[in-house]
Ligand binder design. Structure first.
Ligand SMILES: [Zn+2]
Length: 752
């Protein structure tokens, strides 16, 4: 069936360059490729949707946040499953700071009185929504304690540009409590920027325009957020500091670890924060006076959105139990038969904010079916060349604690042994989305060509390609999508457990998920549960099976390849793309600031101002100087040449001419190729982040900043720093080129 589909596919479209099944897989010889394909076919037949449904029923049966009884029970159950399936498995524990709410109060004290409910009610049809005695109340983890009463100001999504708009409207948030909409940024950015502008408290609410009734029917009639649903979540300022336990930055949070005092913990918010539902937000927003909110700020509530402040005053009081909790990472291993010191690592978290059926159980259930399937292969006599580690992380939700502490505790071993890390977090229906290291872009494309989409029976690669062509905005984009051998993968920002692997150690990483069909409005609420998932998401778990097949195939290829499937022409091409983007960013900023100054000088803003709705002109802009990108240009050229050099050498030498001893050395070099993109001193002002190509943005949080040192310096108008970062990135790329050339030379030597 599978073979037929592929042949037809090549015939019809003539686009699949490496999909033909007689061509050896990347990094395999013809013989080892044939064996690999046999084992992969056996593997992909094993994951069962029904099993995933039962894992989800079990794991999401009760609230299982950090420190709860069921979190520990789930970890022990996952451990027992790994053991049952023939894995060598254990639990590693850490002790972390995890605040939970002691007191939450939000009331409007003027012009009228209103007390927010701050409760997500049980729903009769939803059998786990009534487990209130075990549910964590809605809150934002790592908000500081606080008791503030102040005027209220609506700040849209609470991003820096929203405050520029407020300035023009003549509204200050100094001494005020702000109310921001969820969305359009990582939630922790909102209190951070509010505090930078002098606010003393921060409310974050889910507007129905974003994930409520304006999108689709609300739960339980539909998948969207009901009026009293609240998004919990962490607000630890990890992009400026580091993820993980805030008391033990940079080291594993073992019982003996040296700990900071809570008052010295980096990343706690500057002001108290509380997330609320739109039923609690509506009376507050409706009471606001002051300027009309700009058109693009208005949401889906049946009110006229004003910015404030007027006479509206609110009282916000939050206090937390600043407790230490034990967390449980389940770590399971299949030792490698040939090179046990090379580790392929796969992970998904198991903790949730409440019942967490979608986040994280849909991902965890897929991971467990992969583990069961690999156990089956073991029984049939299969052994991986390399060691495979499967990890079920605890405490991802508070701020990637389980994975980060584990990586920090094992940093030396990981730097030496880790080949790659494959992550997932949650799953849904639709299109395969791959984000990750561009050294693995070709490998990920190869995997996607071999997985069948459950709804269309196309290869998931082909379905993604057609979807991207549909969404492409320009003719050039469509042309590239049709002609480029590999679909581009997006870079990783943060927001899941790959962060410490990639950003702190420099381990090539991929994050995999299916989605894009059907909306969801239950994120981090009590309604993300088995009832919701089995009525509105991947209800028959066929995309759960596809995720198992995708991630498991990636693990198998990395674990069994003779020559590790790293590839550098896609990396070099991506660096050139970033280089172009940065030049355009700098040019656009220059053009925009010159234009803005011209408009100020010619009196445009005063001439077009409506005296009944006055706005002040923007401030005079500093015009950016021209930046010298030459060192980056030279380094990107050199990287392209080296990548081509390696490809040519590989083509000539592979597979005949590489003896075993040379292979071992080559693989060591390839394993080090992502590490080479890091520097020991890391990014400026946030040295925990060592990767020079990818980082979460200081003001975008989960959103990635590529070539972050240069990009953020340009965005934040630090021109001398932008140039010194160009030099630093160029040096890192030159190091990468040298490593790739050395690997190419080794291939040439071996092939001689
Ligand atoms: Zn998650």
């Amino acid at each position: 069936m599978r073979r037929m589909a592929m042949v037809l596919f090549v015939f019809l479209f003539g686009l699949v360059s490496t999909g033909a099944e007689d061509e050896p897989l990347q990094g395999f010889t013809p013989a080892s490729s044939a064996t690999e394909r046999e084992w992969e076919a056996k593997f992909r037949a094993l994951p069962s949707p029904d099993n995933q449904r039962e894992y989800m029923r079990r794991l999401s049966a009760r609230p299982h946040h950090v420190g709860s009884a069921y979190d520990k029970e789930n970890a022990e159950w996952i451990l027992s499953k790994f053991k049952e399936w023939g894995w060598d498995a254990k639990i590693e524990t850490f002790n972390v700071l995890f605040p939970t709410p002691k007191e939450r109060l939000l009331e409007m004290v003027a012009p009228t009185h209103f007390t927010a409910k701050l409760q997500e009610p049980p729903l009769a049809v939803d059998p786990t929504s009534n487990q209130q005695s075990e549910q964590l109340p809605s809150y934002n983890a790592y908000s500081i304690d606080g008791d503030v009463t102040a005027p209220l100001v609506f700040v849209n999504y609470g991003l820096p540009k929203d405050y520029e708009r407020l300035d023009r409207l003549g509204v200050s948030v100094k001494g005020a409590i702000v109310i921001a909409k969820y969305g359009n940024s990582w939630r922790g950015t909102k209190p951070k920027v509010a505090a930078e502008h002098g606010a003393i408290g921060c409310l974050i609410y889910s507007d129905p325009a974003d994930d409520g009734y304006a999108v689709d029917n609300v739960f339980p009639q539909g998948p969207m957020r009901p009026s009293e649903g609240v998004q919990r979540g962490s607000v630890l300022d990890f992009p400026s500091t580091s993820p993980g336990d805030p008391l033990t930055p940079g080291v594993g949070a073992t019982p003996e670890a040296k700990r900071l005092a809570i008052k010295d913990a980096p990343g706690l918010t500057q002001i108290p924060v509380l997330p609320i539902s739109y039923s609690d937000a509506q009376p507050l927003l409706a009471a606001l006076e002051g300027p009309l909110a700009p058109k693009e700020w208005r949401g889906g509530l049946p009110i006229t959105y004003h910015v404030g402040p007027g006479k509206t005053k609110v009282h916000l009081k939050v206090n937390f139990n600043w407790d230490m909790k034990e967390i449980y990472d389940v770590i399971a291993r299949i030792p490698g038969a040939q090179t046990p010191d090379e580790w392929v690592i796969r992970g998904n978290h198991h903790d949730a904010w409440v019942n967490g059926a979608q986040d994280p159980t849909s991902g965890q259930a897929a991971l467990l079916e992969e583990a069961r399937a690999l156990g089956e292969l073991l029984k049939q006599g299969w052994r991986p060349k390399r060691t495979i580690l499967y990890c079920a992380w605890d405490a991802e939700e508070p701020m990637l604690l389980g994975s980060t502490e584990w990586v920090e505790e094992h940093d030396q071993e990981l730097a030496q042994h880790a080949v790659a890390y494959i992550n997932s977090d949650l799953n849904g229906r639709g299109y395969l989305k791959v984000e990750g290291s561009h050294t693995l872009e070709r490998m990920a494309n190869g995997v996607a060509r071999d997985i069948q989409d459950p709804e269309t029976q196309l290869a998931v690669w082909r379905r993604s390609q057609l979807r991207q062509i549909e969404l492409a905005k320009t003719e050039d984009d469509r042309k590239e999508l049709r002609q480029r051998a590999d679909l581009r993968i997006e870079a990783l920002g943060s927001g899941s457990d790959y962060t410490a692997f990639l950003d702190h150690i420099g381990i090539a990483s991929l994050d995999l998920t299916y989605g894009g069909e059907g909306d969801a409005g239950i994120y981090h609420s009590v309604y993300d549960d088995f009832y919701w998932y089995t009525h509105f998401a991947d209800t028959d778990f066929v995309y759960g099976r596809a995720l198992s097949q995708t991630a498991g195939t990636a693990v198998l290829r990395l674990a069994n390849a003779d020559l590790l499937p790293f590839e550098f022409t896609d990396l070099a091409d991506t660096i050139r793309l970033y280089q172009k983007q940065l030049k355009k960013l700098a040019d656009d900023e220059r053009v925009e600031s010159i234009e803005q100054n011209k408009e100020i000088e010619e009196g445009l803003f005063t001439a077009t101002d409506d005296p009944r709705r006055p706005q002040s002109p923007p401030p005079h802009a500093d015009v950016p100087p021209y930046l010298n990108f030459a060192p980056l240009d030279n380094a990107a050229d050199a990287l392209t040449l080296s990548a081509d050099h390696y490809q040519a050498a590989l083509k000539k030498a592979w597979p005949a001419g590489v003896p075993a001893a040379a292979m071992a050395d080559l693989n060591q070099k390839l394993m080090g190729s992502e590490r080479r993109l890091t520097t020991p001193e890391g990014l400026l002002r946030r040295p925990w982040y060592k990767h020079m190509i990818y980082a979460p943005g200081v003001y975008s949080g989960y959103g990635v900043k590529t070539l972050p040192g240069i990009r953020e310096a340009i965005e934040e108008k630090r021109w001398p720093e932008a140039y010194s970062e160009i030099l630093r990135v160029a040096k890192v790329l030159e190091g990468e080129s040298a490593l790739i050339d050395a690997a190419a030379a080794e291939l040439e030597q071996a092939g001689r």
